[in-house]
Each structure stands twice: as C-alpha cells, then as structure tokens.
Design a protein around this ligand. Sequence first.
Ligand SMILES: Cc1ncc(COP(=O)(O)O)c(C=O)c1O
Length: 373
Amino acid sequence: MKLFDVYPINAIEPVKALGSKIWDSKGTEYLDLYGGHAVISIGHSHPHYVRKVSDQLAKLAFYSNSVEIPLQQELATRLGELSGLDDYRLFLVNSGAEANENALKLASFHTGRTKIVAFTKAFHGRTSAAVAVTDNPAIKAPLNFAGHVQFVPFNDVEAVKAAVDGDTCAVIVEGIQGVGGIQVATEAFLKAIREACDRTGAVMIHDSVQCGYGRSGKFFSFQHYGVKPDIISMAKGMGNGFPIGGILIAPEFQAKHGLLGTTFGGNHLACAAGIAVLDVIKEERLTDNAAEVGSYLISELKGFSGIREVRGRGLMIGVELEEPVGTIRKKLLEDDKIFTGVAGTNIIRLLPALSLEKEGAARFLECLKQYIK
Ligand SMILES: Cc1ncc(COP(=O)(O)O)c(C=O)c1O
C-alpha cells in the first residue's frame, strides 16, 4: 500500500532528538528552530516528559470519557494556575482544528446564531467549520463553503465595528497569525473585537493553537493586552508532540451532558503528556525564556539591513525578505543544519522550543548573516 501523497517533504529522516537538537538516520545533528510546526514546546524528549508519559503508558493508556479520569482535572487545575484563567472550564480534544470546530459549535449553541466574522489570511484548521473560517479557498472543498462567514481585513478596527452585528454568532481571531505570515494583532484591534462582541452578544474566540502556551512570552498572547476572550482554543505546544488540544470556556457558558464529545480527547496518555508539559513550563520558567530569547532574536534581526520586516513576539518570529526565501532555507538546512519554517514565499518562520538557548539563537543569526546583509 502507498501513502496518499499530500505533503511536500525534505529528504531527511529524524530518528532521535533532545532539546533543540535533532539527529537524522545518518547521524547528522541539526538545530531545530521549527519545532515540528510550533509543537515542540518544552524541547524534544525532555526527561520529565519521557518519564511521565512512559509511567502512564505502563499503567493505563486509554479509557473513554465514560469513567472517572482524575488526570483531566489535574491538567485543568494546573492550566488554570499557570494561565491565570482558573474560572474558565476545559474541554479536551485532539487537535487544533477540532478545538476550533468545538469553539465555533459552542458559540452557535450559546447564541443560536450562525454568522461568523473571521479575518484575511486566517488559518484555523481543515475540518468543516474550521476551514470555513480559514481564508484560503484552495483548501476548501465545495462542501466547506457554508456561506456563514464574513472575512474582514486583519487589524482593521473600523471593519470589525462595521461587520459585527446582532446576527453575529462569533468573531474568531488568531492573536498572532501563523500561517498568515506572523502578523501580530494590535491591542486596539483585539479590544475592538472584545467591545463589538460585548455590544452585540457575539462570542469572542481566540485561536491560541499556535501563539498560545507560552510561545509569545506570556501564557496566552492576548494577555499582553489584558483582553479576555470567551473561548480560547489551544493545541500544538500543549502535548510537546503528543496529540492533544482543548478549549477554555468562560463561566457564562452552560455545560449540558452530550453537548460536546470525543472518543480520544482527554485520554490518560494525552493528559500525562499535557501535565508534564505544564510541569516543565513552570519549573524551567519557559515563558520567560521565550520572551528573553525571542527579544534577543528580534532585536538582532532588526539590525540586518537586507530584511524587509521582522515581526512577532517571543519565540514566534517572522523574517520577511524582499525575495523568496526558498534558497536561503535550503542552505540553512543543507549547509548549516538548521531547520526553519516558512510562511508564504518570502517569510522565514521561527517556531523553536520555548527552551531554546541564546547560543542556538546566536548560531542561527551567524548563519543567516552569510546570506543577507
Ligand atoms: C492558528 C492555528 N489554528 C489551528 C490550526 C490547526 O491545527 P491542527 O493542524 O492541529 O488541526 C493551526 C495549525 O497550523 C494553526 O496554526
């Protein structure tokens, strides 16, 4: 049997990893500034994580949501403490798209409305509601054009004020657009969304799938501005590679048995992985490290003259060049042994582990310098 060929891939086979280092099947060492697309939060194969997941695997890997699973409450309690949002409730799922799917569905149950306001260049996932609010017709099947979504320009306060009305079910926004090219939402923009939702009874959904979990230098990126969304979706960094996602739900939403559900979401292994991640984020102060190393990278990059723009916060950074970045990324990978990400054609995207040390960041800067002034 062959695989369904949908992924363009690099001819590298990683077989081992530790922290921000990866080794391929030939024994070559790489520096990982991509984190498998922002997934590796506490660093590859962190010993505490390996121990916690292994111990849980030896005890009980899975049972469905029909029995008591105290690990779920432990994860929720720890998440409440670390994020400061302890009055929200947690619903656990398996991926970012599933988190957004449930966020949108819950908003619609809550308001009884269908109109969604989303933003240009947004990416929220590939399941039906999530892809409907994603601004990329190429990944929507005919079935996914639901007609409920109005796209307005990202960071446009007046457009938000005009679009959100008494028919609006929800506004969904990424605090820092990832796939869209590391565009940081402004304080005025997020506050305008909050105000428009308060005025009309619409639900503010903050997609923190990529920008959350400490990546921006605060636990959630909206916390830089003191804004409080009604529903927050999370995934990527939550399990450091173990598939887990979730939504945080503000107190005003009413839970009802059967309203939401999933077979795998919140399973024992996923919770063990999620708890281990929070242990390490807290113990090693990784959110602070993301802020520090991120600021260092951003300020150094701003000193390069050949760069059109440097955007981002913490360890979510976009380096936009005047020309396509394909050749430079290839050199970084093949000659300098550094993994980076990309957005569009001209943007190098950095999404390393939150534990990245300054030394690794400095090595990247030295290597990049060879290719741009
Ligand atoms: C902001 C954002 N939301 C949602 C998703 C979808 O997550 P997943 O691929 O886990 O379904 C992504 C994935 O890149 C994302 O960046």
